[in-house]
Ligand binder design. Structure first.
Ligand code: ADP
Ligand code: MG
Length: 571
């Protein structure tokens, strides 16, 4: 746990925690010293009188222990708060460096959980866990050393017994962490399910039944209960065993001491010393055992943070190159999402004033391909070039300015419609806004709003339909006049109008930009300069509409299927 914390904090942030560790070791040593200083006093008292010197030593060490511990304990809260801050900053920086494609569905829950729970965890470690932990290790060690001096037999008995204690602790820890691992995954799952459940409410209620989401939520909650039981079943025997063992050791020490007393090898003061010291040791050790569950959870959280911090940040060129023109080329591009290969050896040229459409079944890799151009992801092999310059050699903001993308999933920011449209070009004038509205088929919608462009979209733009939100995002992209425009399944949201209108819009955009359109409905892109058919991450056909129809391959099949199904619905 400590190692995970130090790693998550980084070399700079870990320094105060390291210092704190040393201070705690000193505090534990002072504690052991206090108990050992008790021995001369005890033996003096049993002999009739304790010399003043022994009292003074005891008082001095005890005062030093108490004073030092108070200072360290107070400092531990500051260190905890600082650590939490450092962790937040580091998570923040890491998030900034992550490729945009990392932020897919489900990440929101993950990140918020990380930030929320780990900050608490980071504060807890220095403030609540470290002191008992170090006391449990350092104090008994020193006390055993003291016992060895007092009576070698008693000390030896304790020394030989401690490996047993460690073994019990280790076995417990293994079984608990296995159970806890399963539980942790389920907790992530639950967070996700609850979000889904809430999001799905409007749909579920509209259809008037509990729906799948509720069943799934019930399912994971039941799973959690099971995992909790497993965790308890896995940890309780160990914790109880451990507690029992530490007490048995205590009894053992006292028994050996009593035996030595009857032998005359140890005096009464020695026996009392063993009783007192042994009690303190057993106590320190079992306190630590009680903390193990909390520490394990904390460690899990920190592992999550470290996993996030370990994600390779996207590197941006220090000496960026600027493209001279805006032809786009994908050269033998291969890409996997983790271990799942998505694109294989894709070669594609998009010309500066061209209109390219990518079509294909869902899951064939269309969105992924589109995301490679603005560097949502980086290729595994091959390259993506703009005007002959590898996108990895371009500047971050330069690339963002040159490529405007409208994604399938649109997020509106809180504010007015105007704020949302001019997000990328706050200085756009009314004429430019009007043009973007017209091209995105938003003019009628906006005219119908109570405050027109200055209408608040509300939290996440809930007052608009999915298609309307997507058209707002389209206007947002168009107003930037980016030389490269990528539209992921936007045509479906323009369907509300008709194929001719869609084609006119796309043609207008293509006249001034390099247009890449991902399309599910084929009618809207029939006029594209080139249509690329993607299947299982490979380009299986490419050409103009008539060429592909004549070829009679996959594209023709798709086209006929779509005509048929739409014919059905129309009639
Ligand atoms: P399409 O847009 O053609 O429907 P996608 O490019 O969205 O296809 O997805 C291609 C494949 O990659 C699918 O199997 C999908 O599950 C997977 N995939 C897409 N995005 C991610 C992601 N961020 N992480 C992991 N897998 C992904
Ligand atoms: Mg897609």
């Amino acid at each position: 746990m400590i190692r995970e914390l130090l790693k998550a904090l980084g070399p700079q942030g870990a320094r105060p925690v390291r210092r704190m560790l040393i201070q705690l070791v000193i505090s534990a040593a002072l504690q052991a010293g206090t108990f050992l200083a008790l021995l001369p006093v005890l033996s003096g008292l049993l002999d009739g009188h304790a010399p003043l010197g022994s009292w003074l030593v005891l008082a001095g060490v005890a005062l030093a222990w108490i004073g030092w511990t108070i200072v360290v304990q107070m400092r531990s809260f500051t260190v905890g708060a600082d650590s939490a801050l450092v962790l937040h900053e580091r998570i923040d920086t890491a998030l900034e460096g992550l490729p945009r494609g990392w932020f897919r569905r489900g990440r929101a829950g993950e990140v918020s959980q990380l930030v929320g729970t780990t900050a608490l965890a980071a504060m807890n470690i220095p403030a609540h866990f470290l002191r008992p932990l170090i006391n449990a290790v350092v104090t008994p060690l020193l006390l055993v050393a003291g016992l060895l001096v007092l009576d070698p037999w008693v000390g030896l008995a304790m020394l030989l017994a401690s490996p047993v204690l460690l073994l019990v602790l280790w076995v417990t820890d293994r079984s608990v962490s296995r159970a806890d691992g399963g539980r942790h995954q389920i907790m992530d799952h639950i967070a996700e399910r609850i979000l889904e459940f809430v999001r799905a409410q409007p749909v579920l209620r509209a259809f008037g039944h509990r729906g799948r989401e509720q069943d799934r939520l019930d399912g994971v909650l039941a799973e959690q209960q099971l995992a909790d039981r497993r965790l308890i079943a896995g940890s309780v025997p160990g914790v109880v065993m451990y507690d029992l063992m530490s007490r048995l050791l205590y009894v053992l020490a006292v028994a050996v001491a009593a035996y030595r007393l009857s032998d005359g090898a140890l005096d009464a003061a020695g026996l009392v010393a063993v009783v007192v010291i042994g009690m303190r040791m057993a106590e320190a050790v079992s306190t630590a055992a009680g903390l193990t569950a909390g520490m394990r959870m904390t460690r899990r959280g920190l592992e999550g943070v470290n996993a996030l911090l370990d994600v390779e940040p996207q590197r941006w060129a220090t000496n960026p190159r600027t493209p001279e023109h805006h032809d786009v080329a994908l050269n033998s591009v291969t890409f996997s999402h983790g271990d799942a290969p998505v694109l294989h050896d894709v070669d594609l040229r998009l010309s500066e004033r061209g209109f390219t459409a990518v079509v294909g079944p869902s899951g064939s890799g269309k969105s992924t391909l589109a995301g490679l151009v603005p560097r949502f992801f980086d290729v595994d092999s091959g390259s993506v070039e703009i005007g002959g310059v590898d996108v990895r050699e371009m500047g971050r903001y330069d690339l963002a300015e040159r490529v405007a993308m409208v994604m399938q999933q649109v997020y509106l920011v809180d504010g007015t419609v105007r704020d949302n449209i001019t997000l990328g070009r706050p200085d756009a004038d009314e004429a430019e806004i009007a043009r973007a509205l017209r091209l995105a088929r938003l003019d009628e919608l906006v005219a119908g709003l109570e405050h027109g462009l200055d209408t608040q979209v509300g939290a996440r733009g809930d007052r608009f339909s999915g298609g309307e939100k997507q058209r707002i995002a389209l206007a947002r992209a168009l107003i930037t006049r980016a030389p490269i425009i990528v539209l992921d399944e936007v045509t479906s949201s323009l369907d509300a109008t008709n194929d001719q209108v869609i084609s006119a819009t796309l043609r207008a955009i293509a006249q001034e930009s390099n247009l890449l359109v991902i399309a599910h409905r084929l009618a809207g892109v029939r006029e594209a300069d080139q249509i690329v058919v993607l299947d299982h991450g490979r380009i299986v056909e490419a050409g103009r509409h008539d060429e592909l129809m004549t070829a009679g391959g996959v594209y023709r099949g798709m086209w006929e299927a779509q005509e048929r199904s739409e014919g059905w619905t129309l009639r």
